[in-house]
Design a protein. Structure first.
Length: 127
């Protein structure tokens, strides 16, 4: 359904360091710089960070969350830890297991250095 997701940043280099760290825990190679943008590509899609091309300040999507799929609870925790170590801040409940209508999930939430809300998600197999 989606070809890519892009968020704005006030500091492209800071964002590159942050996302290289958190996406690296998911097996994604370091971002490639393209003028005023950085792209991280994987078989599951492309994620990008840009300085706004309209010259206006980068802002955060109120109510929005970007979710990254993980292969285990440990990977989601490593993602969260990498984010905290690279300028992210924890938000929502602490990382852990949640029970929902879709089954059991391990969720870890962060805000990136620009304030974008992110979530690492592991879906436990249904038994």
């Amino acid at each position: 359904m989606f070809s890519h997701v892009m968020v704005g940043s006030a500091d492209l280099e800071r964002s590159r360091r942050f996302y290289d760290a958190v996406l690296g825990t998911l097996g994604v190679k370091p971002g490639m710089v393209d003028r005023h943008r950085v792209f991280w590509r994987s078989p599951g899609g492309t994620f990008g960070v840009t300085t706004p091309i309209n010259g206006q300040p980068a802002t955060v999507c109120n109510g929005g969350t970007l979710g990254f799929l993980c292969t285990s609870p440990e990977q989601a925790q490593a993602w969260h830890d990498a984010g905290l170590a690279h300028g992210g801040t924890t938000c929502e409940d602490p990382p852990g297991i949640r029970q929902g209508p879709a089954g059991q999930l391990y969720l870890a939430y962060l805000r990136d250095p620009d304030g974008h809300k992110l979530c690492a998600t592991y879906r436990f197999p249904k038994v």
